[in-house]
Write a protein that binds this ligand. Structure first.
Ligand code: F0G
Length: 353
């Protein structure tokens, strides 16, 4: 077996054949980490497992879907891929396109993607266009470009993205031996909640698990169209990855929440930042702000008494904290101290004699 990516590991669940030339960066197989300290900090009574997707090759969950989307684009003979993005999809698309020797075009909202993500698109050689508009405007343009023969769209409106991302659910079941009771995750364009629900159902139908989780999706308060029941024209949140006002997979996400007796709710930027710091401080896990929305959702659900005693929770933290170091420095609530280079000054600075 060449490579260890998600297509190789789960190929019987994915639309590939023996002839398919797989474009992979060995994505997937990310750690599922039990969070004892955080659970204790919240008062206990449940178990919680963090799926740390920041350890994928481009440091977000997008790689699971991108390996399949780019593999299928190559199979079809496409020479260029295109996406709209709040930053992670573009980083992933740029990397997989480089791997495949394809042209990549990314459309991003001007000034609204984090530094790390911009660095990724540029270093992998993607044609990077900032538009004077938001993600939703960019996706409209991409839909139009996709009508031309030259471009293959690799946003999650491409069904292969959803298919690839469902492998996150498979991996969780493989480690836990069954599905969790509840699955928490952030919701932006709503592809990932759709993918996980698909994955959990397929795994159960094929006898690899016995139960299904309640799907608990979390939007940011200023970008919560599904919660409000209407598109948001000018979404705003510090969690730029989920700054989306009209999610492409809105209906499928609502269906996942309804069919699973779950919910889609929202958390404020303050709750997101608190969860961002809490996870880093209690568990040593550094994620980007959008990823902390699922953690904030757990904090909120626990406070409301909505986590039944003895439950097993999984939470997908979708992107690495180093994507957005500026926010981490602002949110750390602590600063480094500059002192003279002698031992007395160091001890004095930390309050020791
Ligand atoms: N978390 C992160 C870090 C993301 O980058 C995204 C989406 C989400 C959560 C939400 O996932 O869209 O499947 O509901 N980022 C997309 C992008 C929109 O362009 O990178 P979703």
């Amino acid at each position: 077996m060449v490579g260890h990516g998600v297509i190789q590991r789960y190929r019987k669940f994915l639309p590939v054949s023996d002839e398919t030339c797989i474009i992979s960066l060995n994505e997937g197989n990310t750690p599922l980490i039990e969070s004892f300290n955080l659970v204790q900090a919240l008062g206990g009574g449940f178990r919680m497992f963090v799926k740390y997707e920041g350890l994928n090759p481009t440091a977000s969950f997008k790689d699971r879907g991108m390996t399949l989307a780019v593999t299928k684009a190559v199979e079809k003979g496409a020479r260029a891929i295109v996406c709209a993005s709040t930053g992670n999809t573009s980083a992933s698309a740029a990397a997989y396109a480089a791997r495949a020797g394809m042209t990549c075009l990314v459309l991003i909202p001007e000034g609204k993607i984090s530094y790390g993500k911009m660095a990724q698109a540029l270093i992998h050689g993607a044609k990077t266009i900032e538009i004077r508009g938001n993600f939703d405007d960019a996706l409209e343009l991409v839909r139009e470009l996709g009508l031309r023969d030259d471009f293959e769209i690799v946003n999650s409106i491409n069904p292969f993205r959803i298919q690839g991302q469902k492998t996150g659910a498979f991996e969780i079941c493989d480690v836990l031996g069954d599905a969790p009771d509840m699955h928490f995750l952030p919701v932006g364009n709503a592809g990932n909640i759709t993918s996980y629900w698909l994955g959990y159902r397929e795994y159960k139908e094929n006898g690899h698990s016995n139960s299904l989780p309640r799907m608990m999706g979390w939007q940011a308060e200023g970008a919560a169209p599904i919660v409000r029941g209407e598109p948001i024209e000018s979404p705003e949140t510090i969690a730029t990855a989920i700054r989306i006002g009209n999610p492409a997979s809105w209906d499928l996400a609502s269906r996942a929440s309804e069919e699973s007796s779950g919910a889609i709710d929202c958390v404020s930027d303050e709750e997101i930042l608190d969860a961002h710091r809490l996870l880093a401080r209690t568990e040593g896990l550094f994620v980007e702000p959008a990823s902390a929305a699922g953690i904030a959702g757990i904090v909120k659900s626990k406070a409301r008494g909505e986590i039944p005693e003895g439950s097993i929770l999984a939470v997908t933290v979708t992107g690495h904290g180093l994507k957005d170091p500026g926010i981490a420095i602002d949110n750390a609530n602590t600063k480094s101290v500059v002192v003279e280079s002698d031992i007395e000054s160091v001890l004095e600075a930390i309050g020791m004699e």
